[in-house]
Write a protein that binds this ligand. Structure first.
Ligand code: PA5
Length: 412
């Protein structure tokens, strides 16, 4: 379903890929691999029921979480622009009081619910935002406030788990064997996505199909994920930066999710490719100059769709060609965008930038599900090829320890 093309001549070691896939599936944190196929059906139905309740009683759902606990679902909502009676807002992904104040102003006196999402249940940013928003919820709904709190966290431990049990919040589980940045297809992503009106059945089907197709390839070395991961490992020898590029502005947040996935998975032991992103044609008028003629330590990965399913807009015809656009009259914008994409790939290649292409069939829930699985698998393979653990993030502790010390947290 997902295709990979490149201008690089590489040879994939199919046997190595097979053994890495085996290691990934056996890894205590490799649960995301088989998840789309084996998702807990009871939990899935409960997610749909909770989403229907939230849609019936809330103008807003405030999703509180950081990193893998929010980037994935925010990305899918932005990409698909689904229709829903409930608008999803985000909190707890920074410590900015300005951001939180803006959110509180937007909430005003409207009916709302909270989905607090934290696998560890102890992360400072979401915990602080939760306290503040819980206070607002309690002021508005009194003793019934707890009926509007949905906690997605560990099944048996952590401060959030303990509070959810004590206060009788509705609970959803982040499976033990799925890490934060690989968790968008668990309740972490599925509850906000269902509330936002995304077809979560189609999303999971797309991911499951992509997984099945990968496993059923006679030669794993021929698969898109193996080729993307191997090409990255080869390019990593002489390139420090990968720029993910799309010609769809609604993929901005998807690129943010991708950056976290690859950055946090690969950037360790002084290894890894720095993940950056651009949205074209907008950024052709800012970073485009750098891409064309700046340092040559960059390669570019174009995220494309073979079929543009957006509703068509044509360049209008005018009686006089005052703006010089007569040559475009009657042409669809999708054609202009596709032409800009083709022109950019050719220009960047001629400027010495390796350009890889990842192609999904169209922008739909099913294709986005397939892309999520494809990138998770490619990322895990790529990290393994660089000989780093794709599933931990020890470096994140450094800033936390300093901050806790400065804030006077006991034990720091
Ligand atoms: O990918 C990860 O594991 C991290 O980015 C986490 O998702 C992030 O740190 C938030 O952690 P938690 O869900 O435990 O609050």
């Amino acid at each position: 379903m997902i295709e990979f093309r490149s201008d690089q001549n590489i040879k994939v070691d199919a046997e190595r890929i097979s053994s890495l896939v085996k290691a990934i599936r056996q890894d205590p944190m490799g649960g995301w691999f088989d998840l789309p196929e084996n998702y807990n059906r009871a939990e899935f139905e409960n997610i749909k029921k909770a989403a229907a309740k939230i849609n019936s009683d809330s103008e807003y759902l405030v999703c509180i979480g950081i990193g893998g606990s929010y980037l994935g679902h925010k990305a899918v909502i932005e990409a698909l622009a689904p229709v829903s009676p409930t608008k999803v807002l985000y909190a707890g992904n920074s410590l900015s009081s300005r951001e939180l104040r803006r959110l509180l102003v937007e909430l005003g006196d409207a009916d709302f619910s909270i989905n607090v999402i934290s696998k560890s249940g102890t992360t400072t940013e979401p915990a602080v935002a939760f306290r503040i928003l819980k206070q607002k919820l309690t002021e508005k709904y009194g003793d019934a406030a707890h009926e509007r709190i949905y906690a997605t966290t560990d099944i048996k431990k952590g401060a959030l788990h303990d509070e959810a049990v004590a206060e009788d919040y509705t609970r959803f589980v982040v499976p033990d064997n799925v890490g934060g940045r690989y968790s968008v297809l668990t309740a972490v992503g599925l509850l906000p996505l269902a509330v936002a009106g995304v077809n979560i059945d189609a999303l999971l089907t797309g991911a499951a199909d992509e997984c099945r197709e990968f496993l059923s390839a006679g030669d794993l070395g021929s698969t898109a994920a193996a080729n993307y991961a191997t090409t990255r490992a080869k390019l990593a020898k002489h390139h420090d930066v990968e720029v993910l590029a799309s010609f769809e502005p609604c993929l901005h947040d998807f690129e943010e999710w991708w950056k976290q996935l690859f950055g946090e998975s690969e950037g360790k032991k002084h290894q890894g490719i720095f993940p950056a992103s651009v949205v074209y044609t907008t950024d052709l008028h800012s970073l485009g100059q750098y891409l064309q003629e700046g340092r040559r330590d960059i390669f570019e990965t174009m995220l494309k769709f073979s079929h543009d399913n957006s509703s068509e807009i044509l360049v209008p015809t005018e009686p006089e060609d005052l703006d010089g656009l007569g040559y475009l009259e009657g042409r669809p914008l999708t054609y202009l965008n596709a032409t800009a994409e083709e022109a950019t790939i050719a220009a960047h290649r001629s400027g010495g930038i390796p350009v890889l292409e990842i192609i999904a069939p169209e922008l739909s829930a099913r294709s986005v599900g397939a892309l999520i699985f494809f990138f998770e698998l490619s990322c895990a393979l790529s990290a393994k090829l660089l000989k780093v653990n794709p599933f931990d993030q020890p470096g994140v502790e450094a800033y936390k320890n300093n901050m806790f010390h400065l804030l006077g947290k006991p034990g720091f």
